[in-house]
Design a protein around this ligand. Structure first.
Ligand SMILES: NC(=O)c1ccc[n+]([C@@H]2O[C@H](COP(=O)([O-])OP(=O)(O)OC[C@H]3O[C@@H](n4cnc5c(N)ncnc54)[C@H](OP(=O)(O)O)[C@@H]3O)[C@@H](O)[C@H]2O)c1
Length: 330
């Protein structure tokens, strides 16, 4: 497993990290023994970065991660978690006040909860789970996080982009408010290559790439007949004609991949999806969601493969698809 520097910070992270949303919930049935085995396998393969959140099963994902790390005696793994805003619209509306959603009292008590679930006395990276550009002129929640950092409760401070307005975090990077940004960057969502990733390189901001498979569809394993288990959030994400429209585009990507690599099976497509994101030098770590041992093996092994050719990368640019509007409803 290759390592990369985490922006300008004194942290070396594995290129592939563990996306730990599904092991917390919202993805249909998930046996805890599969989650534990997936984590252990990934760590055994050299992965040393895990991304979780308060919202992934209300602390369940964090609890499982903490238990696994303690049970195998690993203290060298970098764990990133997220604090959501206090209850209210998601993402925060432009009329929300930062003081109502990320007050000092709220941030402190939520961080204490994160420490409890993870079973640790310091979070390596605490990310605010979402944001609105309405707060950019006075990003006071980050002053509060710096206070908690100075008390030794947090290592680094980050932000996860709001899906509908990812570029809203660029001001925060330029202003030195955040150490890292978690961003959607995949073969469909290429907008971050326009500005956000370059600003990360300029400012030394660590970049965590999420949703590299667009929730699974970019692996090419779905058909228009695919259905999702009860309780899987993808019943909503791919509702109506969305799955069909995504699959038409994935079929076109498969054609491109086949022209360049001579194959376009699901394993190849998953690997190409990850290598597309890894090709940008500003990217520190890609965090595919991993739910079982075979996904751990498949995704971790991508780091050992050769980078995609410039020709294929250029051809994949043609498959960009700006879908920010999906997140706001149809
Ligand atoms: N707002 C935020 O901050 C936010 C939002 C979303 C995600 N995240 C983070 O980013 C991580 C990654 O995003 P994601 O999990 O939503 O989506 P993703 O990485 O695009 O897709 C993950 C899903 O793809 C399937 N999969 C994984 N590896 C595969 C492989 N090699 N071949 C075929 N299928 C494979 C699995 O589901 P099935 O096997 O069930 O198909 C897995 O749950 C999350 O776990 C979370 O840590 C953060």
């Amino acid at each position: 497993m290759k390592q990369r520097s985490f922006g300008k910070h004194d942290v070396s992270v594995s290129e592939i990290g563990f996306g730990a949303w599904a092991i917390g919930g919202s993805w249909g049935p998930q046996a805890e023994e599969d989650s534990v085995a997936a984590l252990e396998k990934s760590l055994g393969l050299g992965l040393n970065f895990i991304d979780t959140a308060a919202g992934y099963g209300g602390g369940k994902s964090e609890r499982i991660i903490g238990e696994v790390l303690r049970s195998i005696g690993r203290t060298d793994v970098f764990v990133a978690t997220k604090t959501p805003p206090a209850p209210g619209p998601w993402p925060p509306s432009p009329y929300c006040k930062a003081d109502d959603r990320y007050s000092m009292d709220y941030l402190r008590s939520n961080l204490e909860e994160r420490l409890k679930f993870l079973g640790t006395d310091k979070v390596d990276l605490l990310q605010l789970h979402t944001w609105t550009r309405a707060w950019n002129r006075n990003p006071v929640p980050f002053e509060r996080l710096r206070q908690l950092q100075s008390e030794g409760l947090i290592g680094l401070i980050g932000i996860s982009t709001p899906e509908h307005d990812q570029n809203s975090v660029i001001d925060l990077m330029r202003g030195g408010w955040v150490d890292s940004v978690q961003v959607i960057y995949n073969i469909f969502e290429q907008e971050p290559a326009a500005e956000l990733l370059d600003v990360a390189a300029e400012t030394g901001t660590g970049i965590i790439v999420r949703v590299v498979f667009d929730e699974g569809v970019l692996t090419g394993k779905f058909t228009k007949e695919t259905t999702f288990a009860e309780g899987d959030f993808r019943n909503g994400y791919f509702a109506g004609d969305r799955l069909g429209r995504a699959i038409d585009r994935v079929d076109a990507i498969k054609k491109t991949v086949h022209e360049h690599l001579g194959k376009s099976d699901a394993a190849t497509m998953a690997s190409v999806a990850i290598r597309f994101a890894l090709a940008h030098p500003a990217v520190s770590v890609v965090i595919p969601g991993i739910r079982n041992v075979s996904q751990a093996e498949a995704n971790c092994s991508v780091s050992d493969e050769a980078p995609l050719s410039q020709e294929l990368l250029l051809a994949l640019r043609e498959h960009r698809w700006n879908r920010a509007f999906w997140y706001g409803g149809k």
